[in-house]
Design a binder for this molecule. Structure first.
Ligand code: ZN
Ligand code: ZN
Length: 153
């Protein structure tokens, strides 16, 4: 199985991921723009059991636009985002593709929040484009939020 290594800019926090990503998203949302400091995020999701973490990142949690929480982890020394977990999709870990520092990493499989795209950013040909999250993600997020609030949807 293919093992890929990822690390923050200073190397204090690193991850290894076994096998191929479940998906690779190119996200144009404004929250990703602020988090990355640039105009879009490209990140991969892996099954949690195929990811191992080394080091002690800090955590920053925020509600996504669906109300479901996203738990971001970042290096306390250099500030690189190392990974995150999404309440809507338990069992998956999101990892920014850049921290693999590997130009051979699989390309995006989907583009999301496309209306927030900077007009000069080019989405690779053939990549499906969504206005926001996919319908499946939205349904999962709504179910997760309802469950957290005690079933009162
Ligand atoms: Zn670091
Ligand atoms: Zn985003």
């Amino acid at each position: 199985m293919n093992t890929r290594s990822a690390a923050c800019a200073c190397g204090a926090v690193s991850l290894t991921a076994e096998g191929e990503p479940l998906s690779v998203s190119m996200c144009h949302c404004l929250a990703c723009q602020r988090r990355t400091g640039t105009t879009y995020s490209v990140h991969a999701y892996f099954p949690k059991e195929r990811v191992s973490l080394h080091g002690t990142p800090k955590r920053y949690a925020r509600a996504g636009d669906t109300g479901a929480m996203v738990d971001f982890h970042f290096c306390p020394d250099c500030g690189s985002t190392t990974h995150w977990e999404v309440e809507a999709m338990p069992g998956r870990i999101g990892i920014p593709v850049g921290i693999f520092a590997d130009p051979g990493f699989p390309p995006p499989s989907v583009a999301i929040f496309v209306p927030h795209r900077h007009p000069w950013v080019v989405i690779p040909e053939g990549v499906p484009q969504n206005e926001g999250h996919s319908a499946a993600f939205k349904a999962a997020a709504e179910a997760a939020v309802a469950k957290r609030r005690g079933g009162a949807a």
